[in-house]
Design a protein around this ligand. Structure first.
Ligand code: COI
Length: 356
């Protein structure tokens, strides 16, 4: 009997330990890496299929110096978030969409990819193993970063002979240092993010390295980030370094159409549906840069940035400002519906959340 009692007490202790919050300062989280407890790893060979992966303690990984991802950029990443509800349960937002997008990207980058089920199961396992790092309600979210890498060694240019699928997580707050205050963008008209026929429409790692030069120059001048134009006409809006863009005029919300050079954002797609459900007219089309001049509001969307209001945009030395301060009314309304849905504060009629 005393053995049973001891075993039961131990069991209660470990479950309360597992559900405790990590001992960190939860107020004012930014968007930086906080090392957590576990990461997930799964491997497969070229032409093969991913089989059972496993959790490992979070830490450095070993790669051959000749790995495809290091030499030829054969890599993709994803980003999604988990939120803690008031009742302690955790919600994922549309994880199967990330799985599908990774599969599309893998096809473009000549890589095998996990199935949707493998991807979603791996995300769930990783989040549960790091449960104590999911911020308390209202303090932020757990950012989940799945990676797919050509980890095998290649010297001549070719797909790598082995692939690794890895997931790590980190608690995060606001992406921009401005917090929820409006960001200031500059339109880049010389450097481009993507080209027709290129890889702008998939989440390959190289797309992000390609924007660092323009982004660093913009930040050095005090801007929050860069808005890119199409490289053919140098006239139509594409996206910001790490997020999609929306322009509001009256009841019409316009966003650049997905045509191979723009990342098909999951927040973008969700905001389009939320906006339509709220009675707005949404147009996915070519949006000329000139339309920024008489827009009522501009805002950005992305997993990391959620919905970020734009306070000003500078194009060829001319600055256009939106609103006086804070969120524009439309961005605020859409942000509020989306985040309340993601946090489980309103009914999920869209069936977008997955409860753990
Ligand atoms: C995300 O929103 O998840 C992204 O991939 C943006 C990243 C550059 C932080």
């Amino acid at each position: 009997l005393s053995y049973l009692f001891r075993a039961l007490t131990k069991c209660v202790e470990c479950s309360s330990e597992a559900s405790e919050l990590a001992d960190i300062e939860w107020d004012n989280l930014g968007f930086g890496l906080l090392p957590t407890d576990y990461m997930y790893m799964m491997k497969c060979s070229q032409g093969g299929k991913f089989s059972k992966g496993e959790l490992q303690r979070f830490g450095n990984i070993e790669l051959n110096p000749s790995a495809g991802v290091l030499n030829y950029g054969q890599g993709l990443f994803e980003g999604l978030k988990a939120y803690r509800k008031e009742d302690g349960n955790i919600l994922l937002f549309r994880p199967e969409e990330n799985a599908l997008r990774m599969r599309q990207g893998a096809e473009r980058m000549c890589m095998p990819a996990p199935t949707v089920d493998q991807f979603v199961e791996a995300v769930k396992e990783t989040v549960l193993a790091n449960k104590r790092w999911v911020p308390p309600p209202g303090k932020g979210s757990l950012y989940i970063r799945p990676l797919l890498m050509g980890s095998g060694a290649v010297l001549g240019l070719a797909p790598a002979p082995e692939y690794s699928f890895l997931i790590y997580v980190s608690p995060v707050g606001n992406y921009f240092k401005e917090g929820v205050a409006p960001i200031n963008l500059i339109v880049e008209h010389e450097l481009h993010r993507a080209t027709p026929g290129g890889t702008g429409g998939v989440k390959t790692i190289g797309n992000y390295a390609a924007v660092l030069k323009a982004q660093s120059a913009a930040k050095a001048k005090g801007y929050s980030d860069v808005l890119y134009l199409d490289c053919v006409h140098k006239k139509y809006l594409e996206e910001v370094s790490s997020c999609n863009i929306f322009v509001v005029k009256g009841n019409v919300i316009s966003t650049p159409a997905i045509k191979g050079t723009i990342l098909p954002g999951i927040t973008r797609k969700s905001i389009i549906d939320v906006a339509r459900s709220q009675g707005f007219q949404v147009e996915e089309r070519f949006v000329p840069v000139d339309e920024l001049l008489d827009a009522d509001e501009v805002f950005c969307t992305g997993t990391a940035v959620v919905v970020s209001p734009v306070g000003s945009i500078t194009y060829k030395g001319k600055r256009v400002s939106y609103g006086v301060d804070g969120f524009g009314a439309v961005a605020q309304q859409l942000y509020s519906v989306l985040t309340r849905l993601q946090m489980g504060l309103i009914d999920d009629k869209m069936n977008w959340t997955v409860e753990l």
